[in-house]
Design a protein around this ligand. Structure first.
Ligand SMILES: [Zn+2]
Length: 593
């Protein structure tokens, strides 16, 4: 038997004893100390043991908008789960999305499927539907039999599912290929995260909408969720205050982030009270915005996941279960306060504590080493342009409505019926029906359009749809990025590449920006994210080769002994433990149900 697998078996036994003490001590600070004992425990591993051939539980953690450099900057202040991932896991320091549309739905679908948007088809959070002549979100489902369902009496609007995701998720493949023994459970504040991580069917996919936890009729509802939604509603956090966790001198940045736009009811400085718009009375929509932008929402997601582990006995069945959490607050905080803020630093300190609790819970209930965890992010974020400008670097705001006006004006001389542009969303320009086909046969008009876009402030380049089809061979990383993002029928006709540090902004002309900063372009600040793996079958260490988050699902698949049909990612073979003896000795019998 492989020594590595012996270690994996031995660790949970030892760890269980320590974990019990930990729970009694109820101290987060003990987690890293216990973790530090792990190498010594491993050295005492017995010679004979029956390690599981596959992980009992696969855990996917996606921290929305977590830049890779947050790990370098802030890890010395972490004492919980983020610290444990860095110190005991495999840390891939050069992980980046190779595609252009660095948005939430796209990133989660990529992590979940192991494919790029050109394959999985989730090209943006929302895109222009040419047939319906309207914007559609990536999870909106027009099937009249599909309805969203609220827990604890909530009556959510809408109907969401993964029907637009063109390939199965890793979790779906796992369930299918292991004869259904797998339970799939996902949580996030966002539908586009919970749904894409789960896939087309799941035992539970839960997100937050209008103050309540909700799911869709395509997924199951769970009794424990109903209980939890009733006993621990988000509104129970009304009146709490988000204060700094560490002394002021521990923070990298000043108390006010330049260009920040906090939620209604909050100042630019700590403390941030969760009391809604007016500061008194009942929970209102501003309260839920504050809550989603606070560490309290991360804690709520963690507690839901822990309850799911207990109620469903995840990791204790015949098969390999799948649990995913999309931690959304870092994204809300980043959009409001920017990446260079005390708020970002502090929300990560608190998330580190939540993850410490989660791992201690999994150690206790599933067994240390019986589960594998991956933590990554769906995209990064660009610094707030107004702050970036103080460095003297060329930075600014690329106003999409201004680009639209320029295109309309450029075609006035060519006899095109207005409006020629149906929609500009993100980088994608969609022309009104028939206009782009006409432009293709009208080179003077096309040149005028391209020139009008290229000369707009902040534009670096424009790509045409015909340059992106069939994944062209090109040395240009940005051209290739748009090709990896391109999906026929859903993507635009023309694609805007902003200059670096220029924010794509769709705010109507004359109105103030309602947020601090954003993401969604093929530059490293949006593409570069952490990838950390830990637990079953993972060889700890720091890894410097260039990888993408699409490699997470194929790596999970390799650990679980299944095959993904359509993948663009690769197995992170360097971070997998190598068996020293024939693998036949660790083969288990197939699941019975
Ligand atoms: Zn996101």
């Amino acid at each position: 038997m492989a020594p590595s697998r012996l270690l994996l078996k031995r660790a949970p036994f030892q760890r269980g004893t320590i974990a019990a003490g930990l729970f009694l001590a109820a101290s987060l600070l003990l987690v890293p100390r216990a973790a530090a004992q792990a190498p010594a425990l491993r050295a005492q591993a017995p010679k004979v043991s029956k390690a599981p051939a596959r992980p009992k539980l696969v855990v996917l953690l996606v921290v929305d908008q977590m830049r890779a450099d947050y790990v370098d900057k802030f890890r010395s202040q972490w004492t919980g789960g983020l610290k444990r991932l860095v110190e005991e896991g495999a840390w891939f320091r050069d992980a980046a999305y190779p595609y252009a549309a660095t948005e939430t739905c796209v990133g989660h679908a990529t992590i979940s499927t192991g494919a790029f948007p050109a394959t999985h088809g989730m090209v943006a959070n929302a895109w222009w539907d040419r047939n319906a002549q309207k914007m559609v979100t990536c999870t909106s489902d027009p099937d009249p039999s599909v309805k969203n369902i609220g827990y604890a009496g909530a009556t959510p609007k809408g109907a969401d599912s993964a029907w637009r995701m063109a390939v199965p998720s890793f979790a779906e493949e796992l369930k299918f290929q292991t004869s259904g023994a797998t339970r799939i459970v996902t949580f996030s504040l966002k539908a586009r995260a919970a749904i894409t991580m789960a896939g087309h069917k799941a035992d539970a996919a839960t997100w937050f909408d209008g103050g309540a936890w909700v799911t869709s009729s395509v997924y199951g509802t769970l009794p424990f969720m109903e209980e939890q939604a009733k006993s621990h509603p988000a509104k129970a956090d009304f009146g709490k205050t988000w204060t700094l966790s560490l002394p002021e001198s521990s923070y990298w940045y000043g108390e006010k982030a330049l260009g920040a736009v906090p939620p209604d009811g909050w100042d630019l400085t700590f403390p941030h009270p969760l009391r809604g718009k007016s500061g008194v009375g009942e929970p209102d929509s501003a309260f839920y915005e504050q809550w989603a932008s606070s560490p309290f929402a991360d804690t709520a997601l963690t507690e839901l996941a822990e309850n799911a582990v207990d109620a469903l006995k995840l990791g204790n069945s015949n098969g390999t279960d799948f649990l995913a959490i999309g931690y959304s607050p870092v994204d809300y905080v980043g959009h409001e306060f920017g990446p260079r803020s005390r708020e970002i630093q502090d929300v990560l300190i608190r998330l580190d504590q939540d993850l410490g609790n989660l791992f201690a819970h999994l150690d206790s209930k599933v067994g240390r080493g019986n589960y594998v965890v991956a933590l990554t992010a769906d995209h990064g974020v660009v610094p707030i342009p107004e702050e970036m400008q103080t460095t003297g670097v060329d930075a600014g705001v690329l106003r999409l409505p201004e680009v639209q006006e320029r295109i309309e004006k450029a075609l006035e001389a060519f006899n095109y019926a207005k409006p020629v542009v149906a929609r500009i969303t993100g980088s994608d320009i969609y022309f009104a029906t028939g206009v782009y086909e006409k432009l293709l046969a009208d080179s003077n008009a096309m040149s005028a359009v391209l020139e009008a876009i290229r000369t707009a402030p902040g534009v670096a380049a424009v790509y045409r749809v015909e340059e992106l089809r069939d994944r062209p061979a090109t040395q240009s990383p940005t051209h290739r990025a748009f090709a990896y993002s391109y999906f026929p029928g859903r993507s635009g006709d023309l694609f805007i590449l902003p200059k670096p540090y220029w924010l794509l902004d769709g705010t109507p002309l004359g109105k103030p920006r309602s947020y601090g900063t954003g993401h969604g372009v093929p530059y490293n600040y949006d593409q570069h994210v952490p990838v950390l793996l830990m637990g079953f079958g993972i060889q700890p260490g720091e890894y410097f080769q260039s990888i993408t988050p699409a490699d997470v699902a194929p790596t999970f698949a390799a650990l679980c002994g299944i095959t993904l049909a359509s993948r663009d990612g690769r197995v992170l073979a360097k971070a997998l433990m190598k068996p020293a003896t024939p693998r036949a000795q660790t083969t288990s019998s197939p699941p019975r149900n």
